[in-house]
Design a protein around this ligand. Structure first.
Ligand SMILES: *Cc1c(COP(=O)(O)O)cnc(C)c1O
Length: 513
């Protein structure tokens, strides 16, 4: 997407610059844009000639070619196959992104979601013909409510961020219903960016709460910020430092004491499923990222699904539609008297509901409990394996992700970014970097429960080896990494600020990335 600005990389020790004639490097094959490969008149199908007829398009009639590239079927197949192979995926190896929970997706879930009776459904079918689908939504809702000990759930939000929007809009509707519009929402400094963004998008002033030196919400600072104009707070638990907010009950009591609501960001539910029920902690609303906690693939931006569990006080304001038990089976409520409205076309991400329910049913309560336990165990295994060579951000054990700061790189001239680039050469997707913002040069690693012990051992050995290499003074090596990728160091800022999203025939070379 971006114009590649290749920095001059320092040569590796003993590196011989091998340039192939094709530009390909073994199985790393250069792939031009599909537009650059297209040829006028070439096609993968034989279409009958369009018969002459009088159209009624008038001024809307197309004046030129629409510019579709002409390719044969094998060209198209090769193009997309090659593109698919440029992706790193959880199916290829450890994907240690913290705050993201990239976990294995059991194939059973995929099989269930593809059953024709489910995959071929259409959301506009008559209710009487989709009773099974509504029952499935209802059952999943039941288990989400059971696992969280909350009385209601809004199923339609399409992702975690969308769930946050749903939760804060529900809270706003409840506040407005009691004639009590409030202004401020308290958000910890370590919060995921979607939290303050959601609060701001709903018209609230975001009031940041500092973290204490244990990486948790500073309870005294939190209480000092409370007042009658506080609509609520948005707190992630376990938080984005991979730590359990152990003052959470006091926080809930305090926010309720001033008439505000407690929104919990439940993106890290994977760490506590079957062990902690958020409803027992005084939470009023919480989204659950089905794609993080109950599997289902979510690379490349989707699909996601973010049902929001709600307290009894908030439930009446939840968005439509929702499933109810009617006299003639399951029914959909499309208009709610107090509902704040509709968040999304239709009922939510049906395919993900199927996968999440298949995941829950195949695990059982003991399996879900073991998954969260193993997720925490694996993260602590990484923390223990790396803590002598790297610098943990906070003392003690962690929950589902291990967080390091860049102190161990001090004086080496190697940055967190350089370190991540070197990990790519080792065949690992880098961990989350520079997040949370409260930790300097953060390196946040989440292995999830699905990595084996020997897989973790290899990962620890590699990361430790890199840390040793950095400390041994080999900064030049890190500055040049990655050495083995199709592109080396791209100008990521330029790529983010000025993405080249359109191919223009006039300047095909310039847009080639
Ligand atoms: C992933 C995540 C979100 C956003 O969820 P999406 O499903 O990506 O929209 C919000 N908060 C935290 C802590 C997260 O990890």
């Amino acid at each position: 997407m971006s114009t590649p600005t290749q920095f001059q990389a320092a040569p590796m020790q003993g590196e011989r610059r091998v340039r192939t004639i094709s530009g390909n490097k073994g199985l790393q094959i250069e792939e031009p844009l599909i537009f650059e490969q297209g040829m006028k008149g070439r096609s993968g199908v034989d279409l009958p000639a369009v018969p002459q007829h009088k159209d009624r398009l008038g001024a809307l009639k197309r004046k030129g070619e629409i510019g579709l590239p002409g390719l044969s079927e094998p060209q198209v197949v090769r193009h997309y196959t090659k593109l698919s192979q440029k992706n790193y995926a959880i199916d290829m190896g450890v994907y240690p992104l913290g705050s993201c929970t990239m976990k294995h997706n059991p194939r059973l879930n995929e099989k269930m979601a593809r059953l024709p009776g489910i995959g071929d459904l259409h959301p506009m079918q008559p209710i009487s013909t989709v009773q099974g689908a509504l029952e499935l939504i209802d059952q999943l809702a039941h288990w989400l409510k059971t696992l969280t000990n909350m009385p209601a759930v809004a199923m339609s939000p399409a992702a975690g961020a969308h769930g946050e929007l749903c939760g804060i809009m529900t809270i706003r509707a409840a506040l407005l219903a009691r004639g009590d519009a409030r202004k401020r929402i308290l958000v910890p400094e370590s919060a995921h960016g979607t939290n303050p963004a959601t609060a701001a998008a709903c018209g609230y002033e975001v009031d940041p709460v500092p973290a204490d030196d244990r990486g948790r919400v500073d309870l005294a600072a939190f209480k000092a910020k409370l007042g009658p104009d506080v609509a609520g707070t948005m707190i992630t638990n376990p938080n984005t430092c991979g730590l359990f907010e152990n003052d959470i009950i006091d926080i809930a009591d305090a926010i309720h004491g001033v008439g505000g609501y407690f929104y919990c960001d439940g993106a890290n539910f994977n760490a506590i499923v079957g062990r902690v029920r958020p409803g027992d902690l005084g939470i009023d609303a919480m989204h659950i990222n089905l794609h993080k906690t109950f599997s289902t693939p979510h690379g490349g931006g989707g699909p996601g699904s973010g049902p929001v569990v709600l307290s009894a006080a908030l439930a009446p304001y939840a968005p439509v539609p929702y499933v109810v038990h009617g006299p003639n089976g399951f029914a959909l409520v499309e208009r709610g008297e107090q509902a704040f409205g509709r968040l999304k076309g239709f009922h939510g991400q049906m395919g993900m509901f199927v996968r999440a329910l298949a995941y829950m049913m195949s695990h059982g309560s003991d399996g879900l409990r073991q998954a969260s336990g193993d997720a925490v165990l694996n993260a602590n295994y990484i923390l223990a394996g790396l803590k002598d060579e790297m610098t943990p951000a906070f003392p003690g054990t962690c929950m589902h992700e291990a967080l390091f700061n860049d102190e161990f790189l001090e004086g080496t001239d190697v940055t967190t970014l350089d370190f991540a680039k070197a990990m790519i050469d080792e065949g690992y997707h880098p961990m989350t970097m520079y997040f949370p913002l409260v930790v300097h040069g953060a390196l946040l690693m989440e292995p999830t429960e699905t990595e084996s012990r020997d897989g973790l051992d290899r990962y620890v050995e590699v990361v430790k080896g890199l840390a040793k290499r950095a400390k041994a003074g080999d900064a030049a090596y890190f500055k040049g990494a990655p050495y083995h990728t199709p592109r080396r160091r791209l100008d990521e800022t330029l790529a983010a600020r000025q993405p080249v999203l359109r191919w223009k025939p006039e300047a095909p070379k310039k847009a080639a990335e």
